[in-house]
Design a protein around this ligand. Structure first.
Ligand code: XLS
Ligand code: NI
Ligand code: NI
Length: 438
């Protein structure tokens, strides 16, 4: 047995809702069947490499606080391999089936692109071995095209064509490793694809370059034979003032405009939705309506803080609403519930990583059960269906099928004289019904 990074902690087991053991699941019972499917397969939990392995708890005002025995600070490949082992020990003990990475989380930056690629190859080989040994799988990979100073003006949307080429080379390599590690999908989050001021920005040209970049990625994916979906992860701001992939609607418009919609789905993150002035459920519904609901980054923000605080989700309204939208759209296929979340700076102990993930997984398990109960009860969906019944026959059905004209509508309205039978929207009653299930 190689070195243990979490020696005092064994596998997290399901003990049921009355358990007081902080290192046990109270609600996430992987084998429990909900709507004909095991919880494990509904939720498809993933742990992120960046926050969980690389996050040190620093902020603008203070150094890192976190106790992380695998962070030696040397930045070597040897170090990175130790870290990969720590990651798989953690994910294995937690019992999550998936993990996610950025290329530069797993392996260190080299002095040149060739050296970075070499580093990545060395750690990638170790990841492949660890996956085979543990059965833990890659939900998605992505390229970290925002940390290095060369990306200060953007990556695919940089004013420099040279930088565009570095970004392309990085995505090419990250795609190769995602494919080699049997990743279920691949994510694009436009870390600096946006601007700080329009005074120095040719917006149209930058958007065109982003479209070109995505087409090149699609071509390379085909060449590789990678079958998983591409996802775009919307976010309105941070680090830039305005990011081009600002919300689900903006992403869908971009994908349609550049003829990319068939190749992409969306990866929706709660904290990004709220930064965009939307609810998570709104973003899921917009993506779902376009048939593009792919995967989620599970976290939450803080109403009083205006940035991506990436907290663990522990709100039952949030998780039940998310699971309601996911179940209504047919459930995850290649996507999953990825904890793009970090423990607070004050939660600096190793076991806090377990507490945080257990809290998130239990809250999602309850959210799933609540959503399934709401669907079984049927009152809420029934109310919505009934609310639109005027579209099921007569003039409504004629309009929906495209067979009615303005003149037909006018004739109908003239015949009625006035609308006298409008019904209440009943928001408060519906909220009370929802509460019955919490
Ligand atoms: C940052 C994003 C990022 C993506 C992956 O806000 O959430 O972590 O998920 O690049
Ligand atoms: Ni994210
Ligand atoms: Ni984020």
């Amino acid at each position: 047995m190689s070195k243990q990074f979490f020696p005092g902690i064994s596998s997290i087991e399901f003990e049921g809702r009355d358990s007081k053991n902080p290192l046990a699941f109270k609600h996430y019972n992987a084998d429990e069947v909900v709507e004909g499917k095991a919880m494990r397969d509904h939720l498809r939990f993933a742990v992120v490499y960046w926050h969980t392995m690389r996050g040190a708890g620093g902020d603008m005002f203070g150094w890192g606080t976190a106790e992380r025995p695998w962070q030696t600070g040397e930045g070597t490949v040897k170090d990175a391999i130790q870290r990969a082992r720590a990651m798989f020990e953690f994910v294995g003990k937690l019992g999550a089936p998936f993990y996610c990475w950025h290329d530069r989380d797993v392996a260190p930056h080299g002095k040149t692109l060739a050296e970075s690629n070499k580093n990545f190859d060395a750690v990638g080989a170790e990841l492949k071995k660890l996956q085979a040994d543990t059965g833990i799988r890659l939900l998605w990979g992505t390229a970290q095209n925002f940390v290095h100073p060369r990306y200060m003006h953007g990556a695919a949307t940089s004013c420099s064509a040279d930088v565009f080429c570095f970004a392309a080379a990085q995505v090419k390599k990250a795609l190769e490793w995602t494919h080699e590690l049997d990743g279920e999908g691949y994510v694009f989050w436009g870390g600096r694809e946006g601007y700080s001021t329009l005074l120095n920005t040719d917006l149209k040209r930058e958007m065109d370059h982003l479209g070109r970049f995505m087409h090149m990625a699609v071509d390379y994916k085909r060449k590789l034979g990678f079958k998983g979906p591409f996802y775009i992860e919307p976010k309105p701001k941070e680090p830039t003032k305005h990011q081009y992939d600002s919300d689900a609607a903006a992403c869908l418009n971009f994908l349609r405009e550049y003829g990319l919609l068939e190749h992409f789905k969306l990866n929706i993150e709660t904290n990004h939705a709220t930064l965009a002035g939307h609810t998570m459920q709104h973003e899921l519904e917009v993506a779902g309506a376009a048939g593009a609901l792919g995967s989620i980054d599970a976290n939450t923000g803080d109403l009083l803080l205006g940035w991506d605080t990436d907290q663990f989700p522990t709100d039952l309204y949030l998780t039940s609403q998310i699971m309601l939208s996911i179940l209504n759209s047919g459930g995850f296929t290649t996507g999953g519930t990825n904890f793009d979340a970090k423990v607070r700076r004050e939660s600096f102990k190793l076991e806090d990583l377990f507490h945080a993930h257990i809290a998130g997984m239990d809250t999602f398990a309850r959210g799933l059960k609540i959503a399934a109960a709401i669907r079984k009860d049927g009152r809420l969906a029934g109310f919505v269906k009934n609310r639109y019944r005027s579209w099921d026959s007569g003039i409504g059905a004629k309009i929906e099928s495209g067979k009615a004209s303005f003149s037909d509508c006018e004739k109908h309205a003239l015949k009625l004289g006035e609308v006298n039978d409008l019904e209440s929207g009943r928001q408060e009653l519906l909220e009370a019904i929802y509460n019955e299930f919490i």
